[in-house]
Design a protein. Structure first.
Length: 235
């Protein structure tokens, strides 16, 4: 089983931390979130990890090395120019497995990612993991018909959405067919390409804990949750 971790982003919303430290090396407790992911993959049975690196890549490579410290082979795909959350796959030239798990390198989760990998149907183009999120609207929301007449008025509703958690399994055939050129490409665009050839993108809902460490307030929450129960996230 092979996992790819996206570790090349600039993390602009986490400045000033990310001026000198790449976002995947920002610590949760006393451990970078990237190391938490690597330890999880090792414990769940993955046998190879590839890191997609770009911004401050030398720091990530110096910290992770070849993965020997965690007992799992680790290699790198290096982006000289940002290629997006899917475009980097054009640089992966040794697709020996029939599927790859791709995860954002700023993800804190207790999801069993190995089960997502195993249960993916390779006839599908992709499996994307989702979580339910609610957003509070601070205003009265109006629904209006074409004649300008009020249909409904809901004061400060809470809207629920299924959101991607940045954990995806991609079939090797989809990568080979649809990410052939070295070009900027984000994951939503790749999923649209899969649907464009009438192949399935499967959505797997999960109630596992998940937090995207994109903002300072998320980082504070992550440190609190991790400190309360480290074994929830580490083997």
């Amino acid at each position: 089983m092979r996992a790819i971790i996206l570790a090349g982003g600039r993390g602009s919303r986490l400045k000033p931390f990310t001026i000198a430290i790449p976002k995947p090396l920002v610590p949760i407790g006393d451990m970078p979130v990237l190391e938490i992911l690597i330890r999880q993959f090792k414990a769940q049975g993955f046998d190879r990890i590839t890191l997609s690196v770009g911004y401050l890549s030398t720091l990530i490579e110096a910290f992770c090395g070849d993965g020997a410290r965690w007992g799992i082979p680790l290699d790198y795909v290096r982006e000289t120019e940002p290629l997006g959350t899917a475009g980097f796959l054009s640089l992966v030239d040794d697709l020996t497995d029939d599927r790859l798990l791709v995860v954002n390198g700023d993800t804190l989760t207790d999801l069993d990612m190995a089960s997502v990998w195993r249960e993916h149907d390779i006839n599908d183009g992709a499996t994307i993991c989702s979580n339910r999120r609610s957003v509070a609207v601070e205003f009265g929301v109006l629904q209006i018909d074409d004649a300008g007449r009020l249909r409904s008025y809901v004061e400060k509703p809470e809207l629920a959405y299924d959101v991607s958690i940045g954990v995806n399994v991609l079939s090797a055939w989809a990568i080979e067919q649809l990410v052939s050129a070295v070009e900027p490409l984000d994951m939503p665009d790749l999923l649209a390409r899969i649907q464009g050839i009438d192949r399935i993108v499967r959505v797997r809902h999960t109630n596992a804990y998940w937090l995207d460490l994109g903002r300072m307030e998320d980082l504070e929450i992550a440190n609190e949750v991790f400190a309360a129960d480290p074994k929830r996230f580490l083997p």
